[in-house]
Design a protein around this ligand. Structure first.
Ligand code: GLY
Length: 361
């Protein structure tokens, strides 16, 4: 099996992400099916992280302190109450906290915080360690990892995949998984009907340096204006803007201001911290914000894209369900509602092809 990446492995949205495993606190009205998939994948994470560590020797920094959503004003608290009631009805375990109770858990929260919700099952993982561990585990298992080798086109003949085009070569293949994030629909040679309706949704982010021995936060923190994700090494990730600007990766004063102000309103002590990094990434957003997984309608072409805000959260279920579907030739029930067919009026794409020795992913 071979993986081709146009840059270093995992340096797209997977690298830019914050690593929040927030199935509960991010659940939105109208996204109940996506919530079920997110919850399924969230439950797989502890086993996936342990397996990844065993296979790679890299601890991927799974932290299980939970997430706090802090309401800074009375208006924020009214909005938080709405989310709390909706999410509780879905069966999500949440604890409503007074401002004082929230500050007992996180003493550096703003003293005038109105209220908060603790979501004890929403955790985080260090996404950059995850992609490094995946690369090591894949190559140790005998996979061929081709970094800095862009796939320039897909070869499709008579409705089935026959290979990949690279700048300098052609790779024969009878099975291809298209997992190119926001770049997935731009692959040359992709038949129009198999093109996933995915676009880049820009997120600007930054990292601050806390003292790892005396960090300002232990929980992942949401304020409605920004999120803060404390890493074990002292980095405090602050994210993220949500912008429709194509592949424009520029950082803007307005974007950075919004993040820093949102974070500072929740945790004023961040004003003293050094800014150690800033970056922008591109979430692959689909038309309904849910991923596009499974058959494409082209024999031998399988889709694993469109994960939008949930790429790291959905990694285990994507890996497990897509590979199981390929190996069995039947779309896994976990991803049946998330195929490309939901965007078409016509009949469903053909079933999954079965993996053979010569297949290439
Ligand atoms: N999941 C966080 C984000 O998309 O910004």
């Amino acid at each position: 099996m071979a993986v081709f990446d146009r840059g270093a492995a995992g340096r797209g949205a997977s690298w830019a992400a914050a690593g929040m495993l927030a199935a509960g606190i991010e659940a939105e009205p109208g996204e109940e099916a996506l919530y079920a998939l997110n919850r399924h994948s969230q439950a797989l994470w502890p086993g996936f992280a342990a397996e990844l560590q065993a296979a790679s020797g890299i601890d991927v920094g799974l932290r299980q302190e939970g997430t706090i959503w802090a309401a800074l004003t009375r208006d924020d608290a009214a909005q938080l109450r709405f989310h709390h009631d909706f999410q509780s009805k879905l069966g999500i375990h949440l604890e409503w906290l007074s401002g004082a109770e929230a500050r007992r858990r996180e003493p550096y929260l703003h003293p005038s915080i109105a209220a908060a919700v603790l979501s004890p099952d929403d955790h985080q993982v260090d996404n950059r360690l995850v992609v490094q561990a995946l690369a090591v585990a894949f190559t140790r298992a005998g996979g061929e990892l081709h970094e800095n080798r862009a796939v320039t086109a897909l070869d499709v003949t008579g409705g089935r995949v026959t290979g990949l085009r690279l700048d300098d070569a052609r790779e024969p293949a009878d099975l291809v998984v298209l997992a190119a994030g926001a770049w997935s629909p731009g692959l040359a040679g992709l038949p129009e009907a198999a093109r996933p309706p995915v676009r880049p949704i820009k997120g600007q982010m930054l990292a601050l340096a806390m003292d790892p021995v005396a960090p300002l936060l232990r929980h992942v923190m949401w304020s409605g204006r920004a999120y803060l994700v404390p890493r074990r090494d002292g980095r405090l990730i602050v994210g993220a803007t949500t912008e429709e600007r194509g592949f424009d990766a520029r950082l803007t004063a307005g974007g950075m201001l919004a993040l820093l102000e949102g974070a500072w309103r929740a945790v004023p002590g961040i004003a003293e911290l050094e800014i150690v990094e800033s970056w922008a990434g591109f979430r692959p957003g689909s038309r309904d914000d849910a991923p596009v997984l499974g058959p494409s309608g082209v024999d031998g072409l399988v889709l694993a894209t469109g994960h939008h805000r949930n790429g790291i959260l959905l990694t285990p279920v994507t890996a497990e369900a897509v590979s199981r579907s390929i190996l069995t030739g039947r779309t896994d029930p976990a991803i049946r509602d998330f195929s490309l067919a939901r965007f078409h009026n016509s009949s469903s794409p053909r079933p999954m092809p079965v993996l053979t020795e010569t297949n290439r992913c």
